[in-house]
Design a binder for this molecule. Structure first.
Ligand SMILES: Nc1ncnc2c1ncn2[C@@H]1O[C@H](COP(=O)(O)OP(=O)(O)OP(=O)(O)O)[C@@H](O)[C@H]1O
Ligand SMILES: [Mg+2]
Length: 493
């Protein structure tokens, strides 16, 4: 596959400006670049989702211009999207075969569909029932089901747009095995990811884009993490973490005692304290119920027993609204389901949690709303043509930044973040780290869940390790080692 001179403009942005990519068969090609660099757009032009303005795409030597994804799939080009778009009320097999059910006419050959699906799932080592409804699957299982769908088309080119952002380490290893297998069968694979270590481990070649343009293509063996980072951000980035400047105080802002959630999967037993000015990192394996714990504190999930104290006062939180009123905020993990109002503007998405602050005598203060939104756009360097742009038109990483901005505006004292840097590029990660630091320095208490160990070690004052729904230990981040953390993470398995 040879893409050259690809251009694509959206109102207010030149998303692609002479972009190019040259994909060999039997290779894994990593595509990297900042949030909004144009990675997804280039692939969507290829896949027939967007119409390109200019440029040429050669597939097996012949010019192609797929008019829609269907055409692309039929020609052997398949894509797993960054934002999953599955029909959650339908089964795994229906999602895989949607629009091309085996059988004649209206008679769907269910047994064949079941058998074929099972075979594909087994091939990629996924032990889920083809008849299971998508909504009952975890995010990672859903991701794997999407990959199974791509494979089911016998594709020659497979594009994976940030496939591992919600997978565990074992799942990632597994996925790598699968794509290496596909590569060895002669597939060309485009692999989009922000994770340096992954890229170096799995890819044969790397292409870096910036501002819609091609920057460099090189064999992975010739690159180092530092080199890639400087290509991506266009300058040297000396440190991956800002210097710590916060000083945790004695005062306890949040205290949780024997917290237990009502509905499975639930947090089983959590007790901890969070101090003013402190950054508490929360780690654990996938399934350790970190998300469940923070969502229970925030009133999004029903509590069964246990006590929560905010600034020394015992509170009863049964809704997110109450939590916000008490000075808590939560940046959620699954932004597609719990965070984003797709069709609405960046402005709306930024201010929604803080609406009361702009409302006087039932009238919204637009000037203030706009000022605050612009402030957030600047501070977090959100790439958007204007604050009126629909959030769905922002790149994945920039949507995440809007959500973080939303919670900054609420001025809450206790800021909880669930995987705040998922899908965020290296440069912006640094800014989010800086922001977390600043929050703590200014006397807020920050709790963040993360699956990236370096980030937890680099940012936290203390680290809380969860295992099987329980707090397995809280340790000082200074001097903490990965081994110690992993041992705690396995304590209640
Ligand atoms: N449908 C659309 N309408 C308007 N603008 C869009 C649309 N899709 C993408 N853009 C803009 O095009 C630019 C490139 O976005 P793209 O999604 O390709 O970035 P990306 O490299 O995939 O970033 P990320 O790492 O955050 O996923 C961004 O400025 C984005 O806001
Ligand atoms: Mg993208």
């Amino acid at each position: 596959m040879e893409i050259t001179g690809l251009c694509k403009a959206f109102p207010g942005v030149q998303a692609l400006d002479n972009a190019r990519l040259s994909l060999r068969s039997g290779s894994i090609h990593a595509l990297m670049g900042e949030n909004g660099a144009g990675k997804s757009t280039m692939m969507k032009c290829l896949f027939g989702i967007y119409r390109k303005d200019r440029g040429e795409i050669l597939f097996e030597g012949k010019p192609v211009s797929f008019q829609n994804p269907r055409e692309a799939l039929d020609s052997g080009v398949s894509m797993v999207h960054q934002e999953l778009n599955q029909v959650s009320q339908r089964s795994v097999m229906e999602n895989i075969w949607l629009g091309r059910f085996p059988g004649a006419g209206i008679l769907v050959n269910e047994r064949k569909m079941y058998g074929d699906t099972k075979k594909i799932l087994e091939n990629i080592g996924l032990s889920i029932d083809p008849k299971e409804k998508i909504e009952n699957l975890s995010v990672s299982q859903r991701q794997m089901a999407e990959i199974a769908r791509a494979i089911s088309y016998n594709a020659k080119v497979i594009v994976l747009d940030e496939p591992t952002s919600s997978l565990t380490e074992t799942e990632v290893e597994h996925l790598f095995e699968v794509i290496r297998l596909l590569r060895d069968k002669g597939c060309g694979i485009v692999y989009i990811s922000h994770k340096m270590e992954e890229i170096l481990a799995v890819s044969d070649e790397v292409t870096v884009m910036r501002d819609g343009r091609w920057v460099e293509t090189a064999p992975a063996g010739a690159l180092t993490t530092d080199k890639i980072i400087s290509l991506i951000v266009g300058r040297e980035l000396l440190n991956r973490f800002p210097k710590k400047e916060n000083v945790p105080a004695e005062e306890v802002l949040l205290k949780v005692e024997n917290l237990r959630g009502a509905y499975q999967p639930a947090v089983l037993d959590a007790s901890f304290e969070l101090h003013r000015g402190e950054i508490l990192g929360i780690v654990g394996l996938m399934g350790s119920r970190r998300t469940e714990m923070v969502e229970t504190i925030f009133g999004m999930r029903k509590k069964e027993s246990g006590d929560i104290y905010v600034k020394g006062k015992k509170v009863n939180i049964s809704s997110a609204k109450q939590a916000i009123g008490l000075g808590l905020s939560l940046v959620t993990e699954e932004r597609r389901q719990t965070g984003i109002f797709d069709m609405l503007s960046v402005t709306f998405n930024t201010i929604i949690a803080n609406l009361d602050a702009y409302c006087r005598f039932g009238v919204l203060n637009d000037a203030e709303i706009n000022k605050d939104t612009d402030g957030i756009i600047q501070r977090l360097r959100i790439k958007t043509p204007s604050r009126k742009t629909k959030i769905q038109n922002l790149s994945g990483g920039n949507q995440q930044k809007v959500i973080i901005g939303r919670w900054l505006l609420t001025q809450s004292d206790i800021v909880m973040m669930d995987e705040p840097t998922r899908g965020i590029d290296v440069g912006s990660k640094y800014e989010i780290y800086q922001l977390i630091n600043d929050l703590a320095k200014n006397g807020k208490a920050v709790l963040f869940v993360s699956s990236e160990m370096p980030e937890v070690l680099g940012l936290s004052d203390r680290i809380l390790v969860m295992s099987g729904g329980r707090v397995a230990g809280v340790i000082d981040a200074r001097g903490a080692t990965q081994e110690e953390i992993m041992r705690l993470a396995a304590k209640y398995l």
